[in-house]
Design a protein around this ligand. Structure first.
Ligand SMILES: C[S@@+](CC[C@H](N)C(=O)[O-])C[C@H]1O[C@@H](n2cnc3c(N)ncnc32)[C@H](O)[C@@H]1O
Ligand code: SF4
Length: 417
């Protein structure tokens, strides 16, 4: 598996140099000239732990969570106060874990960020189904949250059982969503579970769109090596059939494919913390992507608090990109939106996309993966499947390895991918 990713990396970066992450880091982050900058805040606590989940999280206690947020605010002040001017950012996303466990402090976090940043495209937050109640939604609205992403996973008990998730009180969730409205209500589903059929998925998507969602995310199940899940991912052929069927169904209903795995029933509905050119991440495991570097904070809540307490950033690993590495990173995540613009690439890098990757573009066109119109490259259904397939390799070779190490070591010396 890693042969595929190694070969692709060497070919696309025109170098044998691996992606090298080391524990040195900058205490001062050069985000002052970054366009299309997003913000991300990680809240690493859950009431119970799902055995399939790879994210950085631990069991919630009120005391631990409050202490963590005190340090999170310190980190925001430290990074935000680097510059005198308020910086314009597109979006702010809260992820986890289960951010709503800190419901009484979300506004404080938003207000602290607003001392340094002007947010132009709204605020998103991930919710566990248990959090979807009228009082919680009202508090989120007061804090300025405009987009919700609800981790439904499945409306059907047979798949909830496979994932070890309990039955959700759907009537209560739908009633709360009717009572308190948001610009985007996204529901997350996991697909490619054992024996899952197109009909099962279609029913879930129909239920979502007829009960308050205007956006759905359908994530392929990923069997991370370090989780204790015993669920095996579906084979490639069945997965492709399922993905194609569900994509064709959503397109036939007029839903917009806003990214590889997401469909929206309304134009303004969008939820994506991934497709920013640059972002600043705050909290445990949060990542920061700038023009020349990518960095990731420690996964340990205790070590995070200690670092911030000593007035240092909690960065665990940093990679300083070569130009080609940064281009690959840019193209990979921009392609996630199913479209890449020649003009945007040129603005970002000051280089012509065709000059840098003319041959790859020609091959991708020849293979029927992309089409080109007016300088915009759009992924075909086939291209989207292979992107998705490759992304799976990438996740298992890169993310699985890195997160597997970072869960055990707060500050590893070096990771080469
Ligand atoms: C942080 S959780 C969402 C919020 C909340 N903690 C919850 O579980 O409802 C983010 C999403 O990642 C997805 N996810 C988690 N583990 C996954 C896995 N092994 N494969 C695919 N998707 C996964 C789930 O769809 C989940 O809703
Ligand atoms: S899936 Fe959600 S609730 Fe479950 S452990 Fe992961 S972050 Fe927590």
């Amino acid at each position: 598996m890693s042969l595929i990713t190694d070969f692709t990396r060497m070919w696309l970066t025109r170098s044998t140099k691996p992606f090298t992450f080391t524990n040195e880091y900058d205490d001062f982050l050069h985000y002052e000239n970054c366009e299309n900058l997003g913000l991300y805040v990680h809240i690493p606590f859950c009431k119970s732990i799902c055995n399939f989940c790879p994210y950085c999280k631990e069991i919630y206690t009120e005391e631990k969570c409050n202490k963590y947020i005190d340090y999170l605010l310190k980190e925001i002040h430290k990074v935000g106060s680097q510059y005198n001017e308020k910086k314009i950012v597109t979006s702010l996303y809260f992820g986890g874990g289960t951010p709503a466990l800190a419901i009484d402090r979300i506004k404080e976090i938003v207000d602290t960020l607003k001392e340094y940043f002007t947010i132009t495209e709204g605020i998103g937050l991930e919710l566990h189904p248990d959090n979807v109640t009228i009082p919680v939604l009202n508090k989120l609205k007061e804090a300025g949250v405009t987009k919700l992403s609800i981790g439904i996973q499945s409306f059907q008990d047979k798949y909830r059982n496979i994932l070890g998730r309990k039955t959700a009180d759907e009537e209560k969730i739908f009633a709360a969503l009717t009572e308190v409205s948001f610009e985007t209500v996204s529901m997350d589903f996991i697909f490619a579970l054992p024996q899952q059929t197109f009909d099962d998925l279609r029913k879930d998507i129909d239920t979502a769109f007829s009960n308050g969602a205007n956006h759905v995310a359908i994530y392929p199940f990923i069997d991370f090596t370090f989780t204790s899940s015993t669920v095996k991912a579906m084979n490639k052929k069945d997965k492709r059939k399922l993905l194609d069927e569900i994509t064709e169904y959503c397109i036939s209903k007029g839903y917009d494919r806003s990214s590889i795995w997401t469909f929206a029933s309304e134009k303004q509905a969008e939820y994506s913390s991934m497709t920013r050119d640059n972002f600043l991440g705050f909290g445990c495991s949060a990542t920061t992507l700038l023009k020349d570097q990518f960095k990731i904070n420690t996964f340990s809540v205790d070590e995070y608090c200690k670092r911030i307490d000593s007035d240092k950033l909690a960065t665990s690993l940093t990679i300083r990109f070569t130009e080609r590495q940064r281009m690959i990173y840019y193209l990979f995540w921009t392609a996630y939106s199913t479209k890449v613009s020649e003009k945007d690439f040129e603005v970002f890098f000051g280089r012509k996309l065709k000059k840098m990757y003319g041959m790859e573009i020609a091959v991708a066109k020849l293979l029927g993966f992309i089409t080109e119109k007016d300088g915009i490259y759009s992924m075909t259904l086939k291209g989207a499947f292979y992107y998705h397939y490759y992304e799976n390799f990438y996740t298992l070779s890169y993310i699985d390895k890195m997160w597997g190490i970072m869960r055990k070591q707060a500050f590893p010396e070096k990771i080469e991918l």
